[in-house]
Design a binder for this molecule. Structure first.
Ligand SMILES: N=c1c2ncn([C@@H]3O[C@H](COP(=O)(O)OP(=O)(O)OP(=O)(O)O)[C@@H](O)[C@H]3O)c2ncn1[C@@H]1O[C@H](COP(=O)(O)O)[C@@H](O)[C@H]1O
Length: 107
């Protein structure tokens, strides 16, 4: 399992079993508005880092954004598999469109 999937599972566990001192538990207790506010803040921090900061800082900010996006996904009951399936669907659609545009002899 990759780190995103491990983190998603940890967040899922915090939702099911709140833990004292856990930042994730704190976010779920605060609710959707707080989670959305954090996603907005972290998105802006990614933009600022991309414009003005080192690659290390950009990676840190992206990590924060991925984390908060996954908290949002868990809050809304959306799984990583569902997002993966949507990306697969798009890539197949793109592949089919390209095939439609190609002359028959190039297929
Ligand atoms: N990946 C993360 C992660 N990324 C960012 N953050 C937290 O996000 C917050 C962002 O910082 P800010 O300064 O914007 O926010 P803040 O002032 O601390 O808090 P706010 O009052 O603004 O919400 C920090 O408190 C970070 O600790 C994270 N907190 C937890 N995780 C992972 O989530 C899992 C569960 O952790 P716990 O919930 O702590 O058990 C573990 O794998 C952790 O590594």
């Amino acid at each position: 399992m990759n780190e995103l999937a491990v983190l998603y599972d940890t967040i899922l566990q915090r939702k099911a079993n709140p833990e004292a001192g856990s930042y994730t538990t704190y976010l779920f207790e605060k609710g959707l508005e707080k989670i959305l506010k954090k996603v907005g803040e972290e998105s802006s921090e990614v933009l600022i880092a991309a414009l003005t900061q080192s690659k290390t800082n950009q990676i840190n900010e992206l990590g924060d954004l991925f984390y908060h996006l996954m908290v949002l996904m868990v809050e809304k009951g959306i799984t990583l598999e569902e997002v993966n399936a949507e990306l697969t669907r798009r890539s197949q659609k793109t592949h089919n469109k390209k095939a439609e545009r190609k002359p028959i002899e190039q297929l």
